[in-house]
Design a binder for this molecule. Structure first.
Ligand code: 13P
Length: 287
């Protein structure tokens, strides 16, 4: 059964570790992440972007697939199914379709509009026991070949959003989605410490988990980060393993072209990546 991310993140914040959000793209991704969470006895958050939701034939299809797998694979660790960087409309749709957690990313709106929309979703999600993530300070990343540096959130704005009663807050601290460019300045721990002080017990979310060095991850957790999102790193691991399989000519041997064989090394690579992150985040054994 899917659960909200509320309990697992409260426990993570109190226990000084972080729960990983791993984005899913298809059946293989979902199975790999769920099996690894179970093997690691770790809580887990499955992230679904709007684009991935469309790719997987709609949020209702995703809910059906994830619920089916939890049952058939005997997954007993806490699993939250979470909309990643959703619009207001996407959040409403996911709530209707059975997600247990949603993110409304209003960071590109003026703060008053971000507050008003987040406030409406606090009410709706609260009535249904669904967890809600809000964001202040846009996360950078690549758009049309240009890598935008992540913004640093205003700690006072963070407090205003946190006080609305959201479950978790993503605050920009110079982090970006995708690979970090060579001239990246690192995370702004000054911002993180200031936000942390303002929002107290509120679990904080670190987006753009791919490629952040382990020591920076540990420091972020020590300053109140309780949820870390990883997407690109699983994609890179999957692609590299699939490339090796094909470059070694294995798809041409026997029934090596069978998708169940062809995709297997990629699945193992995702599993290894997720395990490595769960160990780094400290969530192993915390289910
Ligand atoms: P990466 O793709 O950089 O790991 O970021 C994932 C993320 O933050 C999803 O919201």
């Amino acid at each position: 059964m899917l659960v909200s991310a509320n309990e697992m993140l409260k426990k993570a914040k109190a226990g000084h570790y972080a729960v990983g959000q791993f984005n899913i793209n298809n059946l293989e991704w979902t199975k790999a992440i769920l099996l690894t969470a179970q093997e690691c006895n770790s809580p887990v958050i499955l992230g679904v972007s709007e684009g991935a939701g469309k790719y997987m034939c709609g949020y209702n299809t995703v809910v059906g697939m994830v619920n089916g797998m939890i049952k058939t694979l005997n997954i007993t660790v806490p699993v939250a199914l979470h909309l990643d960087h959703g619009s207001y409309e996407a959040a409403l749709k996911c709530i209707e379709d059975g997600f247990s957690s949603v993110m409304f990313d209003g960071s590109h709106y003026p703060i008053e509009e971000n507050i008003e929309k987040t406030r409406a979703l606090v009410k709706l999600t609260g009535e249904k026991g669904i967890s809600l993530e809000a964001e202040v300070g846009a996360i950078g990343g690549e758009e049309d070949g240009v890598i935008g540096m992540g913004e640093c959130a205003d700690p006072d704005e963070c407090k205003r959003i946190a006080d609305l009663g959201v479950t978790m807050l993503a605050a920009g601290i110079g982090n970006i989605h995708g690979k970090y460019p060579a001239n990246w300045k690192g995370l702004s721990f000054e911002t993180l410490a200031a936000v942390s002080e303002k929002v107290g017990d509120m679990p904080l979310v670190l987006n753009g988990g791919t490629g952040i060095p382990a020591d920076l991850i540990r420091k972020a957790i020590s300053l109140g980060v309780s949820k870390i999102n990883v997407n690109t790193e699983c994609q890179l691991a999957f692609a590299a393993a699939t490339r090796s399989y094909i470059e070694a000519g294995k798809d041409l041997e026997g029934k090596g072209f069978d998708p169940r064989k062809l995709l297997a090394p990629g699945v193992e690579a995702i599993k290894a990546t997720v395990r490595e992150k769960m160990e780094l985040f400290g969530s192993v054994g915390k289910a």
